[in-house]
Write a protein that binds this ligand. Structure first.
Ligand SMILES: [Ca+2]
Ligand SMILES: [Ca+2]
Length: 449
């Protein structure tokens, strides 16, 4: 019998070592002030007990246990006053901190607070939260319970994390959730941040180049070879900062959009999908692709304006092409009608060089402009946001022009694999019906900063 008791005692001591790592917190009550329903005292007290216990970070000692211990002490005459008995009980029970809640109503708002008291009766912290809805009191007390059990350092981390979470949630973008996870990987919101980051992340890589705004001359000089009347008068135009796709939108990207939205995928003419530019995309579909990106990411994706497109294509140049005006060099910079195309279409007028592709080429095959943009000349025509108007430059487009306010055709820029060089020039413009479908027409996206 003695042996059994001894064994039990040993077992208990072992169990206590593990448990001792968690602080013991005594919870003494929950007071409600003023004319609030007094029965709230017991229910809020029970809630606080449960919520502190639920954190799994403390051992909760309730007021009954403290009362029983104090009564024992008093009855065995180890204390002369209630106060002394209680103080000894707290010490004997191994309690490290005491806490008590209170609730008041001011106007329409409930103010709940929990005071945490050290054994020397100094106030360790007072945590307060408020709500207008009585139904939210449970949630509020749950939050207060967490703050009761945290150490000072943990509480500081918790509060900074909560503040950062409020900001991340308000912005609701992949970027803000990514930053939140970097700063607060251990926080209670981290799993939710990770889930939201995934939801806001596109199912493909979309490389965007920051284009710093500035002024440029939009349109072409009178003497430029291949110039059309709609390219003049050349006008001083300013654009702000924006991002532009490094490449034309590829089939891989466009197909993902089609799959996500239940849209029919455009025909690739048997040339291949993947990193080839999406073709046979109408202006309307291109605009819907941008809206889909915006919904997914909560960022402002859109088609570039005609002015932004030409500014980005020129990249500071005033020559017909961003590589200058050499016809001999064209095949290194652009997919146009070259000797490859001529072999398939012997009657086409082609440049002397061979760019390697009779039809579309994978995006990024040719040399970029100095701002790092690929295929602005050739490969596929690119839809711009604006309505097309041949005489638009006569008005003097000015600052960040958005194009005519109405029209029947949308702007296409940059020429394609089936066009001769003059159509590929930085200033060359075309207008087509927004429902136009062609195996030489695609697009790239812009993003407002
Ligand atoms: Ca070609
Ligand atoms: Ca292009």
């Amino acid at each position: 019998m003695v042996l059994v008791l001894l064994l039990l005692a040993t077992t208990c001591r072992c169990a206590k070592v593990g448990a001792a790592e968690k602080p013991k917190i005594g919870i003494t009550g929950f007071r409600v002030a003023g004319d609030l329903d007094p029965s709230l005292e017991d229910s809020l007290y029970d809630t606080l007990l449960t919520k502190v216990g639920d954190t799994g970070r403390a051992i909760v000692v309730d007021r009954e246990e403290i009362g029983r211990e104090a009564k024992d002490i008093k009855e065995s005459r180890q204390a002369t006053s209630e106060e002394e008995a209680r103080s000894k009980a707290i010490s004997r029970l191994g309690i490290e901190r005491m806490c008590a809640g209170s609730l008041a109503k001011v106007g329409n708002r409930y103010y709940a607070s929990v005071k945490v008291i050290n054994l020397d009766l100094s106030v360790e912290r007072v945590i307060t939260s408020s709500t207008e809805s009585e139904a939210d009191l449970g949630t509020i007390i749950s939050d207060l319970a967490i703050k009761v059990v945290l150490t000072r350092t943990e509480l500081d981390y918790f509060e900074r994390a909560e503040e950062a979470w409020a900001k991340a949630e308000a912005a609701d973008t992949a970027q803000t959730y990514r930053e939140y996870l970097e700063d607060f990987p251990e926080s209670r919101r981290a799993p939710e941040a990770a889930a939201r980051l995934e939801r806001r992340t596109l199912p493909f890589k979309l490389e965007m180049v920051l284009i710093k705004g500035g002024a440029f001359t939009m349109g072409s000089k009178q003497a430029e070879v291949g110039r059309e009347p709609d390219e003049g008068p050349a006008s001083e135009v300013e654009v702000g900062d924006f991002y532009l796709g490094k490449y034309e939108v590829t089939f891989a990207q466009y197909d993902a959009f089609c799959e996500a939205t239940g849209r029919k995928k455009p025909d690739d003419e048997g040339w291949g999908r993947g990193d080839r530019p999406a073709i046979r995309v109408t202006w309307n579909a291109a605009a819907e692709f941008c809206n889909w990106l915006s919904e997914m990411t909560k960022l402002d994706y859109r088609l570039p304006t005609e002015a932004e497109w030409e500014y980005a294509c020129r990249a500071g140049t005033t020559t017909p092409f961003y590589w200058g005006e050499s016809v001999e060099d064209a095949h290194e910079y652009a997919n146009t009608v070259d000797q490859s195309a001529k072999r398939e279409h012997p009657d086409w007028s082609a440049i002397p060089g061979d760019d390697g592709y009779a039809e579309t080429a994978p995006v990024g095959t040719y040399k970029p402009n100095v701002w790092g943009l690929y295929d602005m000349h050739g490969n596929v025509w690119e839809w711009c946001a604006d309505w097309y108007e041949a005489g638009y430059y006569v008005y003097g487009p000015g600052n960040n022009p958005q194009g005519p306010s109405e029209g029947t055709e949308r702007v296409l820029r940059g020429g394609s694999w089936f066009n001769t060089l003059p159509y590929l020039r930085s200033a060359s413009r075309q207008g087509f019906n927004p429902g136009y479908v062609s195996n030489g027409v695609g697009f790239r996206v812009a993003l407002s900063p």
